[in-house]
Design a protein around this ligand. Structure first.
Ligand code: ADP
Ligand code: MG
Length: 463
């Protein structure tokens, strides 16, 4: 028992370093080590779903962890709680060995080149990143369409190089890899290679210090489609840039396709050689923007569909409206939602979604605020929150509603669209109009002005 715990804690240490903290807390902290016998570590997971999720998403990391901690040949077994039990009966569990016994670190890794312990796998592409799973929206229409054209005719279109740029979590890596995967599907003979710029720098340094730079350049010059992610990492790495410059020129001259991503527009990249930057302007620059509401809803639906999970429409809308940062964060919220609903065995509903958003996403604290604002204002005007969200146009209710909208705008970071949503799914123009009306009333009605400043104080006080 003690053994299992010690081993598991070491595994957790290992895993913690490999994944982000939200996923770690969601999927690994609820696991309880139950035994370690004959080289088999058994871990207890809360539900069947939980087990399936781990097997689907984290099996490689789990396997790596137990290999490192216990040694080769170690086995993993899950114990799944199928009945939580109560004070009189112990929980019932079933044990299942971990199924993916081959446990290769990547499904389709074929070694093309392997020297000095540095591995170039055949493509480094993640097969999940496809065009099918890359939902189209106004935010990415152009980049997506250009990517598809490149996939049809790599190296031949004038989109060479292609640079996909945009903020974190907006889909740069996904799109760049989708192009690579599509090319592999359409043009079997082409060598596609994906590498992060950081990794490129590291490989280059290793090869240089081993005096095997020629192997390095030979390898890169044989590639037909080079995908290089996050080129902003090349900043101030002069030698790596020089190397990349040579590879770039060679590939470009021989009509090989180059696809790059960057967290900012090429003109804003700093610490890069002018020669290199001017090359970046030869081809096509396409940016990815923040997704609008419709796109977020479509993305949520598609993710849930692929996980085989159904969640109510109102929950989807609520999440889409509340998460205003990026798609990665949107996915994080969905994952937490699924995890919580399976651990506490409740259906996914609006209440659960609200609770999770409060704890998971800091930026959404503001949303806690809107409930409070609605209550406070409703109380003051002696109407109910429901009436405020309702269609009614009775004067006192309209004033209360408009006042609450006004405070929501000033005291939360919600967009006009999101505020409208919290008031019976009204339009953002209604919110805009409400704010104007309140400002007018403040200017013309002394009593109203007083009421506003009273409410204002109470809102500040409650913060
Ligand atoms: P970036 O490289 O820009 O930081 P990623 O490509 O890693 O962002 O995307 C973050 C997450 O969001 C990934 O899991 C990705 O699959 C998902 N994602 C991004 N854009 C879309 C989209 N248009 N449709 C579906 N999923 C998307
Ligand atoms: Mg990325």
């Amino acid at each position: 028992m003690v053994n299992a715990e010690i081993i598991w804690n070491q595994c957790l240490e290992f895993i913690k370093k490999k994944i982000d903290s939200q996923s770690f807390n969601t999927w690994f902290t609820p696991i309880v080590p139950s035994s370690f016998l004959n080289g088999t570590l058994t871990i207890q997971v809360p539900t069947q779903f939980f087990y399936e999720w781990l097997e689907e998403h984290y099996v490689h990391i789990l396997k790596q962890a137990i290999d490192v901690v216990i040694g080769n040949g170690a086995k993993l077994e899950y114990s799944i709680i199928v009945d939580k039990g109560n004070a009189y009966s112990a929980p019932i569990t079933v044990n299942i060995p971990n199924t993916k016994s081959s446990l290769m670190p990547q499904d389709n890794v074929r070694e093309v080149y392997n020297k000095n312990d540095i591995h170039f796998s055949s493509s480094n592409l993640n097969s999940y990143y496809t065009f099918d799973s890359f939902i189209e929206g106004d935010c990415n229409k152009f980049a997506r369409a250009a990517g598809l054209q490149i996939a049809q005719k790599p190296g031949i279109t004038s989109f060479n190089p292609m640079i996909v740029f945009g903020g974190v979590g907006l889909g740069k890596t996904h799109l760049a890899q989708a192009i690579g995967n599509k090319i592999r599907q359409l043009h079997a003979g082409k060598v596609v290679f994906y590498v992060q710029s950081e990794k490129f720098v590291q490989l280059f340094t290793d090869y240089m210090s081993n005096n095997t730079l020629k192997d390095f350049t030979d390898f890169f010059m044989r590639i037909h489609v080079l995908i290089i992610d996050d080129v902003q990492f090349f900043a101030n790495k002069g030698k790596s840039q020089e190397m990349f410059f040579q590879i770039f020129n060679h590939l470009h001259q021989s009509n090989k396709q180059i696809i790059m991503t960057s967290d900012r527009a090429p003109k804003d990249l700093e610490g890069l050689m002018d020669r290199l930057l001017s090359r970046f302007k030869w081809g096509l620059n396409a940016d990815l923007q923040q997704p609008d509401l419709e796109t977020k809803i479509a993305i949520i639906k598609s993710k849930m569909h692929s996980e085989g999970i159904i969640i109510p429409e109102d929950v989807i809308e609520y999440i889409a409206i509340s998460v205003d940062t990026n798609i990665r964060e949107l996915e994080g919220v969905l994952t937490s939602l699924i995890a919580h609903s399976t651990i506490i065995r409740t259906e996914i509903n609006l209440e659960l979604a609200k609770n999770i958003l409060k704890t998971v996403v800091k930026e959404i604290d503001a949303d806690v605020g809107i409930d409070f604002i609605q209550k406070l204002v409703a109380e003051h005007f002696q109407v109910t929150v429901d009436e405020m969200k309702d269609k009614t146009r009775k004067k006192e209710i309209v004033v209360a509603r408009q006042t609450a909208m006004y405070f929501a705008k000033n005291h939360t970071n919600l967009s006009l669209k999101a505020i409208g949503y919290h008031f019976g799914k009204r339009d953002h123009t209604t919110v805009l109009h409400a704010i104007e009306s309140v400002n007018n009333m403040i200017d013309t009605d002394k009593d109203f002005k007083l009421a506003i400043s009273e409410l204002q104080k109470r809102l500040k006080f409650s913060k």
